[in-house]
Design a protein. Sequence first.
Length: 372
Amino acid sequence: MTIRTVRRGSRSGFTLLELIVVIGIIVILATLAVLFLPNLDRNKGVPNAVTQLHGWVNLGKQQAIRDGVAHGVRLIPDPNNPQIVTSIQYIEQPEPVAPRGPGIQVYIRTEQCVDPVLFPSNAGNVGWLSVVTLFQDQSGGTYQPSYVNPPPDQPPTPWIDWDGVQPGDCFQLTGSPSVFAGIRRLTFPPVAPLPPPPTGPHKFAQLVLDRVIDGTEVYPNPSGAPPFIGNVISATNFRVIRQPRPLVGEPVLELHKDVVIDLARCHPCPPSPSFAQAFPTQFQATAAWTPYLDPATNLPYLDVLFNGHGAVANAPFGQVMLWVQHRERPNDNLLLSIFTRTGKIGPYTVVDIDPTQFDPYGAARTGQSPGL
């Protein structure tokens, strides 16, 4: 026979009071978590965003070194507030294109064109711009510019896609000196009047540039008739430097919703969108980022582009500093510095002492006081 011994004071469960105390402790901890954890996450928003941005920029650099082709990232200004950036895009730059083949030449002349961005104060937004006509005559005939429209029985075949050339690319007439101009748009149908081509197979394309090329200026007619065209440049030594393109299949990357890149505080600061829109040629000469305007929004592209050696290919300055800050707390900020010669990338703190006496970029310039 088995005798069970029950020890005095033993029990098999919790009392109601103990359960209430435990539940109360859990409620208190949950309440504290709801109150404080979001703030902890917000306080980490800028450091986390800089770490994320550092990884994106570095990946663009590594792609350039791996492929030996210019790669990088594009900062996309917010259409509602072009002073800030919240989206990033991976980009690559295709090789320059120069059409080859028998009978290919370009003719540059000046035409009256409508462009609200370049001529906002002109009547009808009309002004003078150089127009490049790319012509190919495979019969090898001599192409003589004139101002007579082509006859109906010899309609030229247009290039709808000139080897992937897009608005925003840069047309270069090589030689001494070289001529550079941005491409505002591709014209189709072509700008009239179009010089008639010789007989035989032929096709053409036209590019409207963002300025008047020297030597094709419009001169007033002493007789009082409408202005006449100056010289017409004919050349075979030309190419188009294609701007960086977004990588096919790569999504647009978004910063944390509470964090932005403040373009007004980046160093060097990009020209304001209004300046870039009104003076695109000057913008090309002063931009530390890229000489192009987005043809869809007329906002400047802001590209950080690395060459095959890992150096920044499109910035003549010693460093490009991206100012990352919290939307609601501007003093919550960090810098991501990119050294243009070495391609070194690193986060740094902002020297937020009296800005009239201290350089806020001092820590990044000297490479001291890392931000993370």
